[in-house]
Design a protein around this ligand. Structure first.
Ligand SMILES: Cc1cc2nc3c(=O)[nH]c(=O)nc-3n(C[C@H](O)[C@H](O)[C@H](O)COP(=O)(O)OP(=O)(O)OC[C@H]3O[C@@H](n4cnc5c(N)ncnc54)[C@H](O)[C@@H]3O)c2cc1C
Length: 584
């Protein structure tokens, strides 16, 4: 069975939810393309073929290896080096043969230059087969992307071919012993040398794939401001003229994702190149982190699919009370609800790849050529805005739902689920990784809140309009029109509750202070609002998903069932959140 071809959901979304008409012209302005494709249909067929190949590779090679990788681990650390074992080396060899490392990299560097959506969909399949493998592999393509976007031509020409060849990979080094979510408190320093290079000193921990060969490292240049405004980004290579430039000192023993390296790195006057301008490191690292956050959404989806496929098969084989588990009404209701949430999240994920892909493509073009046409600039601005809104939702919702579904999957197998013989226990152990890395769930929720508050002050009239009554009752509306109406009604109801919450928490007590926005930003009031950020993030994720499902319903009546099933699932959750917001 293929994860891609044999899934009617994937097939529908690939064909109808990806906005091919918007995506392809940005990549292929004229036909025939440099690859020789004559028209969009040929590109779509090629894309489907690639996804099918990746999916089969995942099923036939990666998934069968996953339990052993979990048991044996990824390899060892010796003399400051990270040495992958044969299990990981096989993974890398196969990925190289499939040309996976260069799937989205520019043609000029030897890549296929396919839309970023292709990379993300492939990543979901790999995550489904083995979460640890997906994390290890992600540090090839993402490193090439960082080099293309932010580093010199010379570095690109020297390093990217090695990445595509599978000889070189990398890491992103932010976390330190006393600096996790609070990135601004980092202690790693960089000292300018007379030749314009830097020496980096410090230690980073929990670094995935730390010894891949290069690292993008956050550090503070000596004498620069404390906090977030004084952070710079450095490219640090592990070997310089045969000499070891930094040491990988430890591999952590983790509860899950045991097949991936999570290491400590020691930089002792390691030779480093400043990337971009000094003190601007965070925005470049955030590019990588945001891309990775969409990737975490893909991993979450992969985990959900793995669990539900396993439970579904088990529940058809296992009989209790003379019936298959799947036929027992309560079991079936639970299972159906998990499946609905997984299908709904997949729809949100794939739909989000439209703006993500446009942003990804045009951002690179803008950085490399310095210019976009007027129409490209407009597309870029919309795609950037939409990607900014959706990224924390994908990360939060994907990771948290995978955590929940993997837990329920253990329960669905009863005592057997508690035994190590079944993969569900591994998937649940693995599922804690995505809720933590690339910014924990709570950090995603705070980002959603921050953007929301910014929006309130930028467009107060829009915000206050949510306090007006929502849409009128749906008279004579049927099918997709009725669905759209129900979505708008729920959306208005939630936004009204949210507006009330924001107004009540932030509003200054004294009437005369109402008209100066500074008075609305008092620390203790904002902190009161922050307490609600996780439920706000949940509500925004449910509404974003419903909006996508309503759009799909308008395209195709057959999508109505998923829309209404999801509506039934999240309506009570949203009502609970609204009740919670009343207790400010
Ligand atoms: C498998 C794995 C791989 C990783 N890979 C990398 C990597 O490649 N590179 C890298 O740099 N790091 C990596 N990390 C580290 C990861 O990014 C950090 O663990 C994460 O950012 C959280 O930091 P912390 O562990 O210090 O937790 P803390 O920041 O101490 O957080 C502890 C708890 O407090 C909560 N919290 C923190 N601040 C707030 C707040 N303001 N409001 C509400 N709650 C808050 C958090 O959500 C969390 O629940 C990895 C971690 C894991 C588990």
């Amino acid at each position: 069975m293929s994860y891609f071809r044999d899934s009617s959901e994937w097939q529908w979304l690939f064909t109808h939810a990806l906005d091919w008409e918007a995506l392809l012209p940005v990549f292929y302005p004229a036909y025939p393309t440099p690859e020789g494709w004559q028209n969009p249909d040929e590109i779509r067929s090629f894309a489907a073929e690639i996804l099918e190949q990746v999916s089969l590779w995942c099923e036939k090679k990666i998934a069968p290896r996953a339990p052993l990788l979990d048991k044996e681990g990824p390899g060892k650390i010796e003399n400051g080096l990270m040495l992958p074992n044969e299990l990981l080396l096989s993974l890398y060899r196969e990925a190289r043969e499939l040309e996976l490392f260069g799937m989205t990299t520019a043609r000029q560097h030897g890549g296929m230059e396919l839309p970023a959506a292709m990379g993300m969909m492939s990543f979901a399949f790999i995550g489904r087969a083995c979460l640890a493998s997906s994390s290890q592999l992600s540090f090839y393509t993402s490193m090439a992307d960082m080099l293309e976007r932010f580093c010199t031509k010379e570095d690109c020409q020297r390093l990217i071919p090695k990445i595509l060849n599978g000889e070189l990979s990398g890491s992103m080094a932010l976390t330190e012993a006393d600096s996790g979510s609070d990135i601004g408190s980092l202690q790693t320093t960089a000292v300018l040398q007379p030749d314009g290079t830097y020496h980096v000193r410090g230690s980073k921990m929990f670094i995935t794939n730390a010894g891949g060969g290069l690292s993008f490292v956050l550090a503070r240049i000596q004498g620069e401001p404390e906090g977030l405004s004084g952070i710079s980004l450095f490219l640090v290579e592990q070997f310089i003229e045969g000499r070891q430039n930094y040491l990988v000192t430890k591999h952590e023993h983790k509860m899950g994702m045991r097949g991936s390296f999570t290491c400590e790195i020691l930089f002792e006057n390691s030779l480093a190149k400043l990337v971009g301008e000094k003190n601007q490191g965070l925005s470049m690292m955030f590019h990588l982190m945001n891309q990775s956050r969409v990737g975490v959404g893909a991993q979450g989806l992969g985990l959900m699919e793995a669990c539900l496929d396993y439970v579904q098969k088990y529940a058809h084989e296992r009989k209790q009370f003379g019936r298959q588990l799947i036929d027992l009404p309560l079991f079936k209701r639970n299972y159906d609800q998990w499946q609905v949430e997984c299908d709904a999240f997949r729809a949100l994920f794939i739909d989000s790849l439209n703006s993500f892909t446009l942003y990804h493509r045009l951002d690179l073009k803008k950085r490399n050529t310095g210019e976009l046409t007027e129409s490209e600039q407009k597309i870029f601005e919309e795609a950037t805005q939409s990607t900014r809104q959706l990224t924390p939702l994908l990360k939060y919702y994907g990771a948290e739902t995978a955590l929940e579904i993997s837990k329920k999957s253990i329960q669905a197998l009863g005592g057997h689920g508690y035994m190590l013989d079944h993969s569900v226990e591994r998937w649940h152990r693995d599922s804690f990784g995505p809720v933590v890395y690339e910014g924990t769930s709570q950090i995603q929720a705070l980002m959603v809140l921050k953007d929301l508050v910014k929006d309130v002050f930028k467009r107060p009239a829009d915000f206050l309009s949510f306090l007006l009554p929502g849409p009128l009752p749906a008279l004579n509306k049927t099918g997709a029109e009725h669905g759209q109406h129900e979505f708008l009604k729920l959306d208005a109801q939630v936004k009204k509750g949210l507006s009330t919450l924001v107004l009540k928490t932030l509003r200054p007590e004294e009437f005369f202070k109402l008209f100066d926005s500074k008075n609305w930003m008092q620390k203790e009031k904002l902190e009161k609002l922050m307490m609600h950020s996780e439920s706000i993030c949940q509500a925004m994720a449910y509404l974003a998903t419903m909006k996508v499902l309503a759009k799909h319903y308008e395209k195709d009546d057959s999508r109505g069932k998923l829309f209404w099933d999801y509506h039934r699932l999240i309506h009570p959750r949203l009502m609970g959140i609204l009740d919670d917001w009343k207790i400010w």
